[in-house]
Design a protein around this ligand. Structure first.
Ligand SMILES: [Cu+2]
Length: 340
């Protein structure tokens, strides 16, 4: 199963910078080097549109939904101290997702999507999660960030109960510290509950932000799927869909500041990485300081590690980004920026 994507002679051909899509063609080239350099990437077509990996990049607090629909999942209430109460309605539900063309995975999810909905607040706001478990297994919501022990979602203290099927509870905490965080289920065994899909990004913006202003912000959650349940991943991705941003590159503009909120929610593999071609980025580890710690083109991420990456592409063109754990790239964790 691990080599399924590569076990094909379909070839990836870039059709030029003026087009959105990369077309898949069979090429009759017989030169071994030509075959070597083009026989990478995706083949086949996704059968469903169950999850839009492009829309996910710029979606937080359900901002992709029309107001009436959005109000079922998200509500803002101004508080006397000038902060916001941000309420979210989360539902644990089992759902089948397509993780690579024609490959379906029985996921456990928040609100029917993997990754779960991105939560975004300003430092000092109050986050309140109305959690309902409508699935057949016990689940929780555990946030990275400051909170009371009773709100940990790990069952560490008696008042922090794990929610059985049909049960509901509220998790509440101040949004702090600022940074790019994650949330995930902490029911047991945790590796199963995370790898099945119960995680998402949790972004806390600094109250006073002295960083350069971003022109475009993108949410990326690195993940993988063990589709045959043998304890190793068979597919890898940014935002669930293998090769999503290779099929359809992410459009950005040369010179603008592109800020990526990057999280690594991969289970079973201890190390993941992010590598950008032909450009460098400022890296803010965990996003918890206002000055970058690194200027690099490659970074290593352990499990649940996060970072903010600020990129200004120097010139137009097609630029790859992928895991430099290159096996992961070959199995789906590979994409393109189309810089205009
Ligand atoms: Cu769970």
């Amino acid at each position: 199963m691990r080599k399924l994507i590569l076990a094909t002679l379909a070839l990836v051909v870039l059709t030029g910078c003026g087009q959105n899509e990369i077309t898949l063609q069979t090429d009759s080239k017989s030169d071994p080097q030509d075959l070597a350099q083009f026989a990478i990437g995706p083949s086949g077509e996704y059968e469903t549109d169950d999850f839009d990996a492009h829309e996910f990049l710029t979606t937080w607090n359900f901002n992709n939904l029309a107001q009436e629909e959005r109000s079922k999942f998200y509500k803002e209430t101004p508080l006397d101290d000038g902060t916001l109460l941000r309420e979210y309605w989360f539902n644990a539900v089992e759902t089948t997702i397509e993780v690579a063309p024609g490959v379906f995975y029985p996921a456990w999810s928040y609100n029917g999507q993997v990754p779960g909905p991105t939560i975004r607040a300003t430092e000092g706001d109050t986050i309140r999660i109305h959690f309902l478990n409508t699935s057949s297994k016990p689940h929780t919501v555990h946030f990275h960030g400051f909170h009371a022990a009773s709100m940990d979602g790990s069952g560490s203290v008696p008042e922090d109960e794990i929610m059985l099927p049909g049960e509901s509870r509220i998790y509440e905490a101040k949004a702090e510290p600022f940074g790019t965080h994650v949330y995930h289920c902490h029911s047991y065994p945790v590796s199963t509950h995370i790898s099945r899909g119960l995680y998402g990004a949790y972004i806390v913006d600094p109250k006073i932000d002295t960083r350069p202003k971003a022109d475009k912000e993108l949410v990326m959650v690195l993940n993988g799927f063990d589709t045959d349940f043998d304890g190793e991943n068979d597919f890898y991705a940014v935002n669930t869909k293998a090769f999503a941003y290779q099929y359809k590159p992410i459009k950005v503009k040369a010179g603008e500041l592109v800020r990526i909120h990057l999280s690594n929610m991969l289970e079973f593999d201890l190390i993941n990485s992010f590598h950008l071609h032909a450009n460098f980025f400022d890296e803010y580890p965990t996003g918890t300081k206002l000055t970058p710690a690194n200027f690099t083109d490659t970074m290593i991420m352990g499990q649940a590690e996060r970072s903010i990456l600020d990129i200004r592409f120097k010139e137009p063109g097609m630029f790859m980004f992928h895991s430099h754990a290159t096996e992961f790239a070959e199995l789906g964790w590979m994409g393109m920026f189309m810089v205009e």
